[in-house]
Design a protein around this ligand. Structure first.
Ligand code: PLP
Length: 432
């Protein structure tokens, strides 16, 4: 599809001409006429409808870990659809692929004897985890424990729960309420003493869970302060709160471990995942659940409660088949070990960048995830736009920070070229 550069304002001033598709998180009048339409992918590169070849330095929205247009994954989807597109997993029904994926995910989970709830993405997974945390305490007879604590700058998707617990305030605004789901509160993203003070002020008897990304992504690629996550876990245990670790970005290898919980020595009660479970080849997410939470729902008794959650596509067979093949590829191609090497490469390339390049305030790395924070006088949006002209995709995040999260299949040389393009672009911007 090609998009017109022209636009016709209506009497109300709205821009009329342009595609029917209403883009996500977009200022629509600025998008029309300058949309980048991606129509093909190949490994770490994508191709636009106007013929550009771009290095995908963000792996899309941190999802395309094995790269784009992988034929084995296309084949897995095709073969599954030829056999059975899906069958739901409500009540006594299941499908063989969802069951198989459940076993595999339980064996990889950063907890013993996990159960697995499947759904369609990260925002879905957050909804389930927060509902389940509240359900847990209701069932325990501790009805006042309802509040979900989330960190400043956090991003947990944009369904009603994700919007409610958003630490990026612009994602909460405009709905006429502080929180769509009322029982939420924010904690400091880096100061444990403040977290503890907040817990004490609210009262642990009103708090159901703490939710945290191990490394904040959309909030600006913020690796945790040393000891912070371990401290959150300690406070959760001490105050009897569930710990939900949101591994939607970090899950399935992005930090050089299958889960970042393993990297940081965490034992979560609930883990949310999405993106990296299929590298985006099928919309799939879910929650890993520890025995403390699931066991009461499995007691052999007529009084055992039901967790009333589910959707038509929970446990979608084709998504599960794709995930199974994808996890096989991650293992077979040694990609999680490769991420450990790539973390070193990215660290080396970014080290000293802030010292040698005016306009760069700080470069942060954790796993194969980087954030290059720019001086406020430099516009990260302009830098990202200029990078496109040079053939590289990055993305401005909170804090005037550029996102670096290429697929796991890139070469050391490609990482070096990417960082050097960023450096060159910032240099040009400082001279403007
Ligand atoms: N949680 C985190 C940490 C994320 O980064 C995202 C998406 O970027 C989500 C949840 C929401 O995932 P989805 O966009 O698949 O709904």
């Amino acid at each position: 599809m090609t998009l017109t550069d022209s636009f016709v304002p209506t009497t109300s001033g709205a821009v009329l001409d342009g595609p029917a598709l209403w883009s996500a998180q977009a200022h629509m009048p600025s998008v029309i006429g300058r949309q980048l339409v991606i129509e093909r992918g190949e490994g770490s590169y994508v191709f636009t409808s106007d013929g550009r070849r771009l290095f995908d330095g963000t792996a899309g929205l941190w999802h395309a870990n094995v790269g784009h247009a992988h034929p084995e994954l296309a084949r897995a989807a095709y073969e599954q659809m030829m056999r059975l597109e899906t069958y739901h997993v409500f009540q006594r029904y299941a499908n063989d692929r969802a069951l198989e994926l459940g076993e595999l995910l339980a064996s990889l989970a950063p907890m013993e004897r996990a159960k697995v709830i499947l759904n369609s993405g990260g925002s879905d997974a957050i909804d389930v985890a927060c509902k389940l945390a509240r359900r847990h305490w209701q069932r325990e007879g501790r009805e006042s424990k309802q509040i979900i604590l989330s960190r400043e700058h956090a991003y947990h998707g944009l369904h009603a729960y994700g919007t409610s617990i958003a630490g990026l305030s612009f994602n909460r605004e405009g709905y006429g309420t502080e929180s769509l789901v009322p029982e939420t509160a924010r904690i400091s993203f880096d100061d444990l003493a403040e977290v503890e003070a907040t817990i004490e002020r609210i009262g642990a008897d009103r708090i159901a869970a703490i939710v945290s990304e191990p490394i904040q992504g959309t909030g600006g690629v913020n690796p945790p302060e040393p000891g912070y996550l371990e401290g959150l876990q300690r406070l959760a245990r001490q105050h009897d709160l569930l710990l939900i670790v949101d591994e939607v970005i970090t899950g399935f290898g992005r930090t050089g471990e299958m889960f970042a919980s393993q990297r940081y020595g965490l034992e979560p009660d609930l883990v949310t995942f999405a993106k990296g479970v299929t590298s985006g080849y099928a919309p799939l997410g879910g929650v890993l659940v520890a025995p403390r939470v699931w066991e009461p729902f499995y007691l052999d008794s007529p009084d055992t409660p039901i967790f009333r959650h589910g959707a038509t596509y929970s446990g979608h067979a084709t998504a599960a088949a794709v995930a199974l093949k994808h996890l096989e590829i991650l293992e077979r191609d040694g990609l999680v070990a490769r991420v450990r090497e790539l973390e070193g490469v990215l660290r080396t390339e970014l080290s000293g960048l802030a010292q040698r390049q005016a306009g760069v305030v700080e470069a942060r790395v954790a796993g194969f995830l980087g954030g290059v924070a720019l001086d406020e006088r430099i516009d990260a949006v302009r830098v990202a736009d200029r990078l496109i002209e040079l053939g590289f995709i990055s993305r401005p995040l909170r804090g005037n920070t550029l996102q670096l999260s290429p697929p796991f299949i890139v070469s050391d040389q490609e990482v070096a070229e990417y960082v050097s393009a960023i450096e060159q672009t910032v240099a040009e911007e400082t001279q403007r």
